[in-house]
Design a protein around this ligand. Structure first.
Ligand code: NOJ
Length: 538
């Protein structure tokens, strides 16, 4: 063997597995609401396949599809009863294979959602586990005797509010669930669980998928002794789910050191397939993200601060700078402003056209940073939350605008007319929520001045300018509310305030949220929520 044939030298010549992720633009498909091909009012796999052309026109090249596995749907698919089978309402494995082929033929990759923190209580593992205290699979889940007062074994609360424990009268013990009682937490301290999931991963990788979005990646492993969390505020079981969660310092239920060992194990598996792991790393401190995202584990972790920040120039800057300051590799972040769990950005950022302009401004900043930006279906149409009347609410986590996730989950409006091109059914699982013709994809695709075309152009600009994806981000200081990001010879300017500051720097316009073309002059005034990417001349 020659000296040059060292493993490092060999590796240097080969692209790293999963390296493609840093150049991708992702798109989240919430399957129930994307497109219904069967006329039952619920979206499905064939419905996605039928819209691949649309996604190609938009320019995204990485699809994340939310869970489509066998499920009693207590949490609309995030309660999985069989990780390797498809819920009939969404189709079957042949439909899945066709979707994968169609996406690959259009040069799009597909990642599927894996839900390892918990399974449905209808899963055979849980049913066996619950059958007796001595069941072979008892340790697949967390079972504990009642506390001294007969209540739950510790003070943990569910992300959805209320205690994280439910008593199982038949065996006299409590089981743990960080979400609904129908979503029992798996015991990742049990090697048999680890091995069972290796097989699930390989089942989907062998079918040709390109990776996984990992649900609740911050919480897989629990404190071995299941110690109570320190309480830092009064806990009011009638308070909102976030108030309840924030009453505790989550030292023992989430972010345990060895979760990342699971991801390192999975990374070795997905690397064999050139596939990736994108963690739903639901934390708001950059250091917590850095703990979860190591170079030998998750390829990237979603960063949620942009979903939780106020519309305030400094808050936006802090939210966007967090990951690059904390992560060893700046590209290991998944940028998300929207998802099936949060109010849509235009609604969050003031509603109407102001909300839409702000959302596009934010998207411009996110598309200009290292990492992988993801859009959520309908974001490209500038959709606000749909209006869901109380009697049509479906989300198990509660009612009310600030709690229910229904508003961001209403069906995609594809075209004007009955069923909005989503379905032929007179009823849908959630109402459309008050969409106008102008909201629909068909109208916007045919209108060069639409939100769709602005997002499409933005994606194209990111693709055409590797400077926007590479490392090295500078934030030139400004005395006003303009956020400035320098990316090599490109400069992004975004007016996050309500005033009318001048650009202060001029240059050839590469992208403009407001349809400017040609050259931006240093004396030009930036409108509120206007963003521009220029090749600066100074
Ligand atoms: C995060 C998912 O995005 C959300 O929809 C779900 O309810 C929880 N994880 C629990 O699986």
């Amino acid at each position: 063997m020659s000296i040059d044939a060292s493993p490092a030298a060999l590796l240097a010549d080969q692209p790293q597995a999963g390296a493609w992720l840093v150049d991708a633009v992702g798109y989240e498909i919430y399957i129930r609401s994307f497109r219904d091909s069967t006329g039952n009012g619920v979206g499905d796999l064939d419905g996605i396949t039928s819209q691949i052309d649309y996604l190609e026109t938009l320019g995204v090249d990485l699809l994340w599809i939310t869970p489509f596995y066998t499920s009693p749907m207590a949490d609309f698919g995030y309660d999985v009863a069989d990780y390797c089978a498809i819920e009939p309402i969404f189709g079957n494995l042949d439909d899945f294979d066709r979707l994968l082929d169609a996406a690959h033929a259009a040069n799009m990759r597909v990642i599927v959602d894996i839900v390892p923190n918990h399974s449905s209580t209808e899963h055979i593992w849980f049913r066996e586990s619950a059958s007796s205290r001595h069941a072979v699979r008892r340790d697949f889940y967390h079972w504990r005797d009642p506390g001294p007062d007969g209540g739950p074994p510790n003070n943990w609360v569910s992300y959805f509010g209320g205690p994280a424990w439910t008593l199982h009268p038949e065996t006299g013990q409590y089981y743990l669930h960080l979400f609904l009682p129908e979503q029992a937490d798996l015991n990742w301290g049990n090697p048999a669980v680890i091995e069972a999931f290796d097989e699930v991963l390989r089942f989907w990788l062998d079918r040709g998928i390109d990776g996984f979005r990992i649900d609740v990646a911050q919480a897989l492993v629990k404190d071995q002794a299941l110690r109570s969390n320190p309480q830092i505020a009064p806990w009011d079981p009638t308070g909102s789910r976030w108030e309840q969660w924030d009453a505790f310092d989550h030292q023992f239920d989430i972010l345990q050191p060895s979760s990342v060992d699971i991801f390192a194990r999975w990374r070795r598996i997905v690397d064999e397939y050139d596939a990736v792991l994108v963690g739903e790393t639901y934390v708001l401190e950059p250091q917590q993200l850095a703990h979860l995202v190591r170079t030998d584990g998750l390829n990237a972790g979603f960063w949620f601060a942009p979903m939780h920040m106020e519309w305030d120039p400094q808050a936006i800057k802090t939210a966007l700078q967090g990951p690059s300051q904390a992560l060893a590799k700046q590209t290991q972040v998944g940028w998300v402003a929207a998802s099936h769990d949060e109010q849509r950005p235009p609604t969050r950022f003031g509603g109407g056209d102001l909300g839409r302009r702000r959302s596009l401004m934010l998207a411009t900043l996110l598309m200009s940073l290292p990492g992988t930006p993801f859009l959520y279906q309908g974001e490209e149409l500038g959709l606000e939350d749909g209006v869901v009347p109380p009697d049509a609410q479906a989300d198990p986590v509660g009612s009310g605008a600030s709690l229910s996730r229904d508003g961001c989950r209403t069906p995609m409006p594809w075209q004007p007319g009955p069923g909005l091109g989503f379905t032929t059914s007179p009823t849908t699982w959630l109402p459309f929520g008050g969409r106008s013709d102008q909201d629909t994809a068909a109208v916007q695709v045919n209108d060069e001045d639409s939100w769709f075309h602005r997002y499409r152009t933005l994606i194209k600009v990111r693709r055409m300018h590797p400077e926007l994806r590479g490392l090295g981000v500078e934030w030139p200081e400004r005395a006003d509310d303009v956020l400035a990001i320098r990316r090599d010879t490109l400069l992004v300017l975004a007016n996050a305030g309500d005033g009318a500051p001048t650009a202060e720097v001029g240059g050839e316009i590469v992208f403009s949220t407001h349809g400017r073309t040609g050259v931006l002059q240093a004396t030009d005034v930036l409108a509120p929520a206007e963003a521009v990417i220029i090749r600066s001349t100074d």
